[in-house]
Design a protein around this ligand. Structure first.
Ligand code: NAP
Length: 436
C-alpha cells in the first residue's frame, strides 16, 4: 500500500475543481508514477454548498483557507483562490510557516511576494511550486529551471495572455476593429467584464517577471517591467503588418543586455515566418534563446481548467516524489538584484505610422529628422494617398516607416522634433519589431 499524501485544496473554481477531477481521473497512473496515494483530504471555498461537478464528500470543508493551511490534517497545501493579497497570501504564508509544501497557480501573488515566499519555503525546507502560474498548461517553469540548466539564456519571450492573442488574431482574420473583437472575446468568456488587466498588458507583465527570474537568476521585480497594452492597435496597423510580412502580437520579452535585463510588454511586430507568429487564438507560446539549445518554442493552452490543472497536478506529483527544487532555480540568497535596462535604451527596428498632410516638403522634413539621428529606413510605404474620390489636396496620407535597428531614445527624439515641426496631423503609432 502506497503512502498517502494528504492534499488540502483552497479554491474550487475553474482550476481548483479541475484539479480535483484530474487527481481523481489519473489516480492510478499518479500512484504508479509517484508511489504515493494522492488524496484530497480537505478543501476550502467561499460557498460550501456550490455544485462543483466532482465528488468531494470525503474531504473536510474549511470555511477559512488559512485554517486549512495550518491544519495538521494535510501534508501539502494547494492555493487556487487568486489575488496578490488577502486569503491567498495569508494562507500560503501560513502553510509554509507550518512546514508544508505549497503548490499555487497565482501569478499575481508570485509577482508581488515570490521572493519572500521562496525564502520562507527554503528556510522551512519545503517546496513552493508554481508551474501553472505562467502559460497554463505549458511546462515552461520546469523547462527553464531544470530542462535548460546547462544553458545560458539570452532572451525569453512569449505570448502569455490568450485574451490579447485572441483579439489580435480576430482583428487580422476577420478585419474587425479592436472594440468589436474585445466585445466578442467578452461574449465568449475569454475576456473579463473588466478586461483592463489583460489588454493593458499587466497580466503578461506578472508572468514575464516570473520567467525573468527563472531565466536570469535575478530577484523577481514586476515593477521593472515596461508595459504597454494592445488598446491602441488599429486595423490599419494589422493590415500594414500583413503587407510588410509581419504579424502583431502582444509579447512579454525578457532580454539580457550589456548592462542588465530588459523586461518589456508591448504590441510587437514579429516576422510571419517565425514560430511565434504562427500562434493564433487563445493559445500561448514561449520562445527561449539559449547558447546550447539555440532556439526553443513551446506552444500550448495558456488557460482553462484542464490545462491549468495539468500543471498543478505535475507539481503535486513532484512533491509526492520528494522532489524539491529551489523555487527560482537557485537558492534565494544567490538570486541577484535585477539591473533594469530602461526602455529608452532598447535597440531594435521600429514600425512608425504617421499621418502626413499631402503638402510639399512634409515628407522631406520627416526624412531629415530621422537622418539627423542616423535612423536609417528599411522601407517606406504610403497608404491611401491617391487623389480623387473626394480627397482634397491636403488631406493627410498614411505613411509607414520601417527602420533598421536603432534605439528607442533616438526614435522618440526624432518624433518629438517632427511634432515640433508641425508636419504631422496626429500622434505617430510606434510598434517595436522583435528581431528573429
Ligand atoms: N482560470 C484559468 O484559466 C487560470 C489559468 C492559470 C492560472 N490561474 C490562476 O488560478 C487561480 C484560480 O483561478 P480560477 O480561474 O480557478 O478562479 P475562480 O474560478 O474565480 O475560483 C476561485 C475560487 O476561490 C474561492 N475563494 C475565493 N475567496 C475565497 C476565500 N476567502 N476563502 C476560500 N475560498 C475562496 C472561490 O470560492 P467559491 O467557488 O465558493 O466562490 C472559488 O472556488 C488564480 O490565481 C488564477 O490567476 C487561472
Amino acid at each position: 500500500m502506497a503512502d498517502r499524501l494528504r492534499v488540502g485544496v483552497a479554491g474550487l473554481g475553474t482550476v481548483g475543481a479541475a484539479v480535483a477531477r484530474l487527481l481523481h481521473r489519473q489516480a492510478d497512473a499518479l500512484t504508479a508514477r509517484t508511489r504515493r496515494n494522492i488524496v484530497i483530504t480537505a478543501v476550502s471555498a467561499r460557498d460550501a454548498a456550490k455544485e462543483r461537478d466532482v465528488d468531494l464528500s470525503q474531504a473536510d470543508f474549511f470555511a477559512d483557507p488559512v485554517e486549512l493551511a495550518a491544519s495538521p490534517s494535510i501534508d501539502l497545501f494547494v492555493e487556487l483562490i487568486g489575488g496578490a493579497e488577502g486569503p491567498a497570501r495569508k494562507s500560503v504564508e501560513t502553510a509554509l510557516a507550518h512546514g508544508k509544501s505549497v503548490v499555487t497557480a497565482n501569478k499575481a501573488l508570485l509577482a508581488a511576494h515570490g521572493l519572500r515566499l521562496a525564502a520562507l519555503a527554503e528556510e522551512k525546507h519545503v517546496a513552493l511550486a508554481f508551474e501553472a502560474s505562467v502559460a497554463g498548461g505549458i511546462p515552461i517553469v520546469k523547462t527553464l529551471r531544470e530542462g535548460l540548466a546547462g544553458n545560458s539564456i539570452e532572451r525569453v519571450y512569449g505570448i502569455l495572455n490568450g485574451t490579447c492573442n485572441y483579439i489580435l488574431s480576430r482583428m487580422e482574420l476577420e478585419q474587425l476593429s479592436f472594440a468589436q473583437c474585445l466585445a466578442e472575446a467578452q461574449r465568449l468568456g475569454y475576456a473579463e467584464a473588466d478586461p483592463s488587466f489583460d489588454i493593458g498588458g499587466f497580466d503578461t507583465a506578472h508572468k514575464l517577471s516570473i520567467l525573468t527570474s527563472l531565466a536570469f537568476g535575478t530577484k523577481i521585480d514586476a515593477s521593472a517591467v515596461d508595459v504597454e497594452g494592445i488598446e491602441g492597435v488599429t486595423l490599419a496597423d494589422i493590415e500594414a503588418a500583413e503587407e510588410l510580412g509581419f504579424r502583431i502580437k502582444l509579447l512579454g520579452v525578457a532580454q539580457r543586455t550589456a548592462d542588465g535585463v530588459e523586461q518589456r510588454v508591448h504590441p510587437t511586430m514579429v516576422r510571419k515566418t517565425t514560430a511565434i507568429a504562427q500562434v493564433m487564438g487563445v493559445v500561448n507560446a514561449v520562445t527561449i534563446d539559449a547558447d546550447a539549445v539555440h532556439e526553443l518554442t513551446l506552444v500550448g493552452p495558456g488557460a482553462g481548467g484542464d490545462a491549468t490543472a495539468s500543471a498543478v497536478v505535475a507539481d503535486i506529483a513532484d512533491i509526492a516524489k520528494g522532489v524539491r527544487s529551489a523555487p527560482f532555480g537557485v537558492a534565494t540568497n544567490a538570486l541577484v538584484e535585477l539591473r533594469r535596462t530602461p526602455m529608452r535604451r532598447h535597440e531594435g527596428g521600429y514600425y512608425i505610422r504617421l499621418s502626413v498632410p499631402d503638402v510639399p516638403g512634409a515628407f522631406a522634413r520627416i526624412a531629415t529628422r530621422m537622418a539627423e539621428r542616423s535612423i536609417s529606413l528599411e522601407s517606406i510605404m504610403q497608404r491611401g494617398g491617391l487623389r480623387g474620390a473626394g480627397r482634397t489636396r491636403t488631406d493627410p496620407v498614411g505613411v509607414i516607416l520601417i527602420t533598421h535597428a536603432t534605439s528607442e531614445h533616438l526614435v522618440r527624439e526624432a518624433l518629438d522634433a517632427i511634432y515640433a515641426d508641425g508636419v504631422i496631423a496626429e500622434k505617430a503609432q510606434v510598434i517595436r519589431i522583435e528581431r528573429e
